[in-house]
Design a protein around this ligand. Structure first.
Ligand code: NDP
Ligand code: PYC
Length: 337
């Protein structure tokens, strides 16, 4: 039967599932926050459906549920490094964030490099957390080879998400966060589970022919968003958040895991920039000027990215998070494991 839960009640259920599966407190708390936030904000592709993938990855021994991320003591400049020690990316981000924010405010820009992490999450919680410090943010990471470069037919690039945040005084930040494939792979899996065909232009089958069948798409290759443009941005992410930070690229992740049914293991790059430092001595207040731009976008009847998500959050915080009967049954089953 359908159930309505508070954010905290849902988070605690998820945390209990992870603790029962052997995760330590730091990993379980951090993961439960991002997964519950996905449900709260209406982002189903990175909500509770991800729990089973996390448990499979733990069971396969491809992620360390008891890992304690470590801040590299030699990180004393603009590049702050955290080693996730084979655990999930989210607790490593939480450990590095205060240092990243201090450095970016001091220097104008700083980077947080996370190495040796398993990463399954949406990126918007991280750009929002950086924006809460009054900083602009860009976050990116590879995934595993599931996307064909434009003109190709075989999986090579990842769905490589890219997110941006800009702080706004007294309101939610400007945030966008998307896969550099036409859609996140999680969306294809949700279509498969619902028995629904994919929109045209999302994927090709294993023989390189266009398909709307989710099974055939999962066995074939996804397409980059925006043709050659998304293909190039996806490649940039492989270079900056794979090669440059000394971590795995998407094809290397697939070689390492041998499957796309487990959460991928690689690195992540988070850039934080101080608009005040960059704009110092130039035209006007950067935050006030940004508001003019946002206002002009909305004046045309367009919406800002993340407005749907922020509206979903407000509703969920006021009225609770509604889970379907099937979702409640899934959580109950996982709690009984
Ligand atoms: P979507 O295409 O659903 O959304 C992308 C962004 O565009 C969102 O910020 C969304 O805001 C905004 N948007 C959508 N429609 C409009 C509109 N009409 N006007 C203005 N803005 C709009 O995202 P994807 O399916 O590409 O990605 C979903 C999630 O998957 C992301 O959070 C991403 O981080 C995650 N992901 C994670 C991966 C990983 O390896 N960890 C890999 C790939 C994806 P809004 O939400 O308000 O609609
Ligand atoms: O939805 O594409 C995706 C994805 C891959 C890894 C985590 N999410």
């Amino acid at each position: 039967m359908e159930q309505t839960l508070t954010f905290e009640a849902l988070r605690q259920r998820i945390e209990t599932i992870f603790r029962q599966a052997g995760m330590n407190a730091v990993q379980a708390a951090s993961l439960s926050r991002v997964i519950a936030a996905g449900e709260r904000d209406g982002c189903k592709s990175h909500g509770i459906y991800r729990i089973e993938g996390v448990l499979r990855t733990l069971k396969a021994g491809k992620v360390k549920g008891a890992a304690e991320p470590e801040l590299d003591p030699g990180s004393d400049g603009a590049v702050v490094r955290v080693n996730a020690q084979g655990g999930f990316s989210n607790p490593a981000f939480e450990l590095g964030l205060p240092v990243l924010a201090d450095r970016a405010k001091q220097l104008g820009l700083a980077a947080l490099v996370i190495n040796d992490c398993t990463h399954f999450a949406a990126l918007w919680p991280e750009v929002e957390a950086v924006a809460d410090h009054g900083l602009a943010a860009m976050v990116m990471c590879p995934s595993y080879a599931t996307v064909a470069p434009t003109g190709g037919t075989r999986p090579l690039l990842g769905t490589n998400p890219f997110a941006f945040g800009w702080p706004r005084q007294g309101r939610e930040p400007y945030v966008f966060d998307f896969a550099t494939s036409v859609a996140a792979r999680g969306e294809i899996e949700l279509h498969r589970r619902a028995g629904k065909p994919l929109p045209e232009g999302w994927a090709m089958d294993a023989s390189g022919q266009p398909t709307t069948d989710p099974e055939a798409a999962l066995a074939g290759a996804m397409l980059p968003f925006g043709g050659h443009k998304g293909s190039a941005i996806g490649t940039m992410i492989e270079l900056l958040a794979g090669v440059m930070i000394g971590d795995l690229t998407s094809p290397e992740v697939l070689d390492f895991l041998g499957t796309t049914t487990l959460a991928p293991f690689h690195g992540e790059l988070i850039l934080a920039l101080s608009p005040e430092k960059f704009a110092a001595g130039r035209k006007g207040d950067p935050f006030a000027r940004a508001e003019l731009l946002f206002g002009a976008i909305k004046d045309q009847g367009a919406r800002l990215p993340s407005q749907r998500r922020f509206a979903a959050r407000q509703k969920a915080l006021a009225e609770g998070i509604v889970l379907t009967g099937a979702e409640v049954a899934q959580l109950d089953r996982l709690l009984e494991l």
